[in-house]
Design a protein around this ligand. Structure first.
Ligand code: 5AD
Ligand code: SF4
Length: 480
């Protein structure tokens, strides 16, 4: 990993042209402000970050936090902080509404603390109408940036501090991947690892390709170096992140498949578990199934978004597979790995969805018997092809959603219980919030287990006997 001593940077020099040196220079520049601030107020300035949305955003937030810490801010868990950052999501409208709701509150805090800086970044900021609204009605926001330039936080903060006006920097797209900036990992024992950015699929309901840009893969060398470094630091579980990991590496100078990457990562010493998100059914290769099957480290879990069980709707969604092809794929995966845990995403009420279409989704759910399913009510996203299609009346969608949820939950509780009275490997993740003396961990297939134990076990993989299934989780007993 890149190590740089901020004290050795010449602050009188011109900013370096190249990254990441340029950002280290601006971190050092911002640090001067932070030191002055500390002298004036007699305390370290604090930062608070709130992340909305997916694991990609969580990982981005760790990078942003790494930069803030390098500058000299100290993390706090309340919004009464000196630097507040919202990393936003726009995949569904309700995520946007939550951000606007919180901004009013931040304004009241800023009136009490005039030093406070408010920064907004992430997917929502890639939408023109959002930025226009913030510029007009939320003038107290200090910094706005998007998904392509998170590495620039220090530079943007410096600009804000120098020029004392709202700084807005949104890139439409990028070919760049800036490596080697500081990161602050939330957990010492597990970590996300980006393997690619963006998405080229353009599912007709989805805003992601517009806000995250076209697909870019990181080089296998950079990924492996990062994974090795993480393993050396004591990380035992990684989650490889991409919007569509199955098309990893297609656009690299020397193309590499996701299956090949997985096989290479599997060799990294010290690493014990490998997860990945998200797989598109259309690109899931036989090689990947083989790589998963042969690997001891790749977890026995696959998240395979279905979205709809109607071939007609899937076509309008531009998903490029039919109900039959999805079912065949599931069959193939289960033949290779009989006890694999399958999870999925389903959208209810896509424009034009009829009762028959919805019943087909229910039928697929009953056939596949997913371990769990994330169910979403269709949300119209401006700029996507589906936004021009006629919506299904809300009451109908709500009823369908409730029917689907009931079915999904019934099946999950039956499927989840299948490991009752067996001993399973569990990665201990945390103390249980609700009950003193209880620990919480995850099995390889991602199911949660609670059991009695000492918090010194956090970060370790232990054997746990599963005494009782409680629907979506187990109560267990630690085995010596
Ligand atoms: N409306 C509802 N759900 C959506 N998703 C993506 N776009 C939309 C939308 N416009 C869901 C998909 C995807 C998950 C991350 O979010 O199911 O797999
Ligand atoms: Fe959106 Fe489809 Fe890309 Fe997933 S694969 S991010 S649903 S466009």
């Amino acid at each position: 990993m890149y190590e740089i001593d901020l004290d050795k940077i010449d602050l009188m020099a011109e900013p370096p042209e190249h990254e990441p040196e340029r950002q280290y220079y601006f971190m050092a520049k911002c640090r001067v402000y932070v030191k002055e601030f500390k002298k004036k107020l007699g305390r370290n300035p604090s930062f608070f970050t709130q992340t909305f949305g997916c694991q990609m955003n969580s990982r981005d937030s760790e990078k942003l936090q790494g930069i803030l810490e390098a500058i000299g801010f100290v993390e706090t868990d309340t919004e009464e902080a000196d630097f507040v950052l919202y990393n936003t999501c726009t995949v569904r409208e309700n995520a946007n509404d939550r951000v606007y709701g919180r901004l009013g509150y931040l304004n009241s805090l800023k009136k009490k603390n005039p030093h406070m800086m408010i920064a907004l970044c992430g997917c929502m900021m890639q939408e023109e109408k959002v930025v226009a609204k913030i510029k007009k009605s939320y003038r107290f926001v200090d910094i706005i940036f998007g998904t392509h330039n998170i590495f620039k936080l220090a530079e943007l903060m410096y600009e804000r501090l120098e020029e004392k006006r709202m700084v807005v920097d949104i890139w439409e797209g990028t070919d760049r991947i800036v490596e080697d900036l500081p990161t602050d990992r939330k957990y010492p024992f597990k970590s996300g690892v980006n393997i690619m950015f963006g998405c080229n699929n353009f599912c007709s309901y989805c805003i992601v390709p517009y806000v995250r840009g076209k697909e870019r893969s990181r080089s296998p060398k950079d990924i492996l170096e990062e994974v090795k470094q993480l393993a050396d630091d004591g990380v035992v579980e990684i989650m490889l992140l991409g919007q569509n990991v199955n098309s990893y590496g297609k656009n690299l100078e020397t193309p590499v498949t996701f299956a090949e990457l997985l096989t290479q990562i599997d060799q990294v010493e010290g690493l014990e578990r490998i997860r990945f998100m998200t797989s598109h059914p259309k690109d899931l290769s036989d090689d990947l199934i083989e790589a998963m099957k042969t690997s001891k480290k790749v977890c026995n879990h696959l998240h395979l978004p279905l979205q709809s069980g109607s071939s007609r709707i899937l076509k309008v969604m531009n998903r490029k597979y039919t109900k039959e092809q999805y079912l065949e794929l599931v069959e193939k995966i289960r033949t290779a790995m009989p006890d694999i845990s399958l999870t999925t995403d389903i959208i209810v009420g896509f424009p034009g969805e009829t009762e028959e279409d919805f019943n087909e989704t229910l039928e697929v759910v009953k056939k596949v018997r997913f371990d769990s399913a994330f169910t979403f009510i269709y949300s119209k996203r401006t700029g996507t092809p589906a936004a021009k299609m006629e919506e299904v009346p809300e009451e109908l969608v709500k009823k369908r959603f409730d029917r689907l949820l009931a079915e999904v939950q019934k099946i999950s509780s039956e499927v989840c219980g299948k490991d009752e009275h067996t001993v399973q490997k569990v990665l201990v993740e945390d103390k249980n919030d609700h009950e003193e003396g209880l620990l919480t961990g995850r099995m390889g297939n991602n199911t949660t287990v609670h059991f009695k134990g000492d918090s010194s076990l956090i970060g370790k993989i232990v054997d746990v006997y599963l005494d009782e299934s409680r629907g979506f989780y187990y109560m267990g007993t630690l085995r010596p």
